[in-house]
Write a protein of this length. Structure first.
Length: 315
């Protein structure tokens, strides 16, 4: 496995999208109805799809910049400060007057499952900066999520013009958003729910095939939690499957984001696609063993050590 020390300077990845102040409560079991539930652990952390992916990139030895938006409020200041202290370049984050920063409350149970109650102020993303090829040319890849579609589209388009990987985190989104963004992406990694919804089928292998036919210009992959990940292999024309590492899940929050961050960095580094998927899968699995959302993102050394003992073959 290639390590971050083989790349000097570190590869730079631009992440675009969500920045949220999350309040995490750890509980024995998720509530089944109304009433009161008492947590036994609590943490506040700035995260969100793009933000958590950016943190994963930093932990894995890359350099990450984040384009996101917060309100001109205390929560926004907390988000920017928290992400900045985590090693993410937040110098181009926007502070939007008249909008409230994104916040969420999340319950995580003893099986690692979660219940998320998010709040996003639509006014946060009314402002869209122009993005040119020059704006992204200093990066080795861009990764966008679906939370700021207009900026995501502008960034993907600029990346394609600059000849650098334009990666889309294809999570569940509003009607038409994936269809708007996908044509500008060079790589799309869907979550299982998003893939099944877009493909119109609950069969994972069938979903990958249908999505590849729909977006034939792009690399197509799907993350499926404990089932592992699948992707369309261009050289062979086959759909490949990599089983997930076996771990005891403590907290699955941000695992998909960690996968996407690891994927983006590996693509920026030019790793072969199977090695990229192994790195990304292990990074996400190791994160699941730690409570605290994106704070559980592993280091490159942690991932490399775990990969040496993981002999699962791609099918």
């Amino acid at each position: 496995m290639t390590t971050s020390s083989d790349f000097n300077p570190p590869r730079r990845v631009l992440c675009v999208g969500a920045a949220v102040l999350d309040t995490l409560f750890r509980v024995r079991a998720l509530p089944a109805g109304q009433g009161k539930i008492l947590p036994y652990e609590m943490l506040q952390v700035a995260e969100g799809m793009a933000s958590s992916a950016a943190y994963a990139i930093v932990r894995l030895g890359g350099a990450a910049s984040l384009w996101g938006a917060v309100g001109n409020d205390a929560a926004g200041e907390r988000i920017i400060a928290d992400l900045g202290k985590s090693g993410i370049d937040t110098s181009d984050m926007l502070r939007i007057d008249g909008a409230r920063s994104a916040v969420s409350t999340i319950l995580v149970d003893d099986r690692g499952e979660r219940l998320i109650v998010p709040f996003y102020d639509a006014r946060l993303h009314d402002t869209v900066r122009p993005v040119t090829e020059r704006d992204v040319s200093s990066f080795d890849a861009v990764l966008v999520d679906v939370r700021w579609p207009k900026l995501a589209l502008a960034t993907l388009s600029a990346a394609r013009e600059a000849g650098i990987p334009a990666i889309l985190d294809g999570d569940v989104a509003g009607d038409g958003i994936i269809e708007m963004l996908a044509p500008a992406a060079s790589h799309i990694v869907f979550s299982q729910p998003a893939a099944e919804r877009l493909a119109g089928t609950a069969g994972l292998v069938e979903s990958v095939g249908l999505l590849k036919r729909k977006f034939e210009h792009a690399f197509i992959g799907v993350t499926a939690g404990e089932t592992g990940c699948l992707w369309f292999d261009e050289p062979s024309g086959n759909i490949r499957h990599l089983a997930a590492p076996k771990v005891r899940a403590v907290d699955t929050l941000a695992a998909g984001d960690i996968f996407h961050g690891a994927f983006a960095l590996a693509i920026a580094e030019g790793l072969p696609i199977e090695e990229t998927m192994r790195l990304s899968s292990m990074a996400a699995a190791l994160k699941c063993q730690v409570f605290g959302g994106r704070t559980g993102a592993p280091t490159r050394a942690d991932v490399c050590d775990a990969l040496r003992d993981w002999n699962v073959r791609v099918s």
